[in-house]
Design a binder for this molecule. Structure first.
Ligand SMILES: [Zn+2]
Length: 194
């Protein structure tokens, strides 16, 4: 009896996984975000406008509305540039990671995440095998990026959301411009869209 119950449970699990590739992609994005940051994203929620959030702690209302503001700014500047694809809040997923530093080298409030240096090795960004980043794209399908938790100066959160979102908007709307602007070690930064 006990064996039969277990077998039934495993079959349901297997069907659940194979019939839902969207959520499989989400799970692999969560795994990638955890690999990049070393954090565990135990909380999932949504912003008031419907963007998807994974976070280490329960996110503050100020963080959530700052993320919506950043996406609103992104969609406005994207439309101004003639782009129309994937401009909906629910298409975006934001990971809120623990900050690996609170201040930049100039002493200003700047919650950032430390990530492997990769193509930035040997550049001015390189801190010895890693760089500090305000945000980073994690995956394109689904569209996800990671930012650091802020406890104040939430306008910076909106800016980082808008800036990381620029890479995703360009990827789906203007692949050539995406390629030209994706790698900041070759020069250029944000905002890309004016
Ligand atoms: Zn960037």
């Amino acid at each position: 009896m006990r064996t039969n119950l277990l077998a039934g449970f495993l079959i349901v699990m297997a069907l659940g996984f194979s019939s839902d590739s969207v959520s499989a992609q989400s799970r692999s994005a969560v795994a990638e975000a955890q690999r990049i940051t070393g954090d565990r994203f135990s909380f999932s929620s949504r912003t008031p406008n419907g963007a998807n959030i994974y976070s280490v702690k329960r996110p503050s209302a100020a963080m959530l509305s700052a993320i919506d503001k950043g996406l609103s700014d992104l969609f406005a500047v994207a439309r101004k540039n003639g782009y129309s694809r994937n401009l909906s809040y629910s298409a975006y997923t934001v990971f809120i990671a623990n900050a690996d530093r609170d201040r930049n080298s100039a002493g200003q409030y700047s919650p950032d995440i430390a990530v492997g240096a990769a193509q930035y090795a040997g550049t001015d960004y390189d801190q010895g095998g890693y760089i500090y980043a305000a945000g980073m794209v994690v995956s394109f399908s689904p569209m996800t990026f990671v930012i650091a938790e802020h406890t104040k100066e939430f306008n910076r959160v909106s800016d980082v959301v808008r800036f990381e979102g620029e890479h995703l908007v360009l990827y789906y709307n203007d692949r050539r411009r995406y390629s030209e602007t994706a790698d900041h070690s070759r020069g250029g930064g944000h905002p890309i869209l004016q």
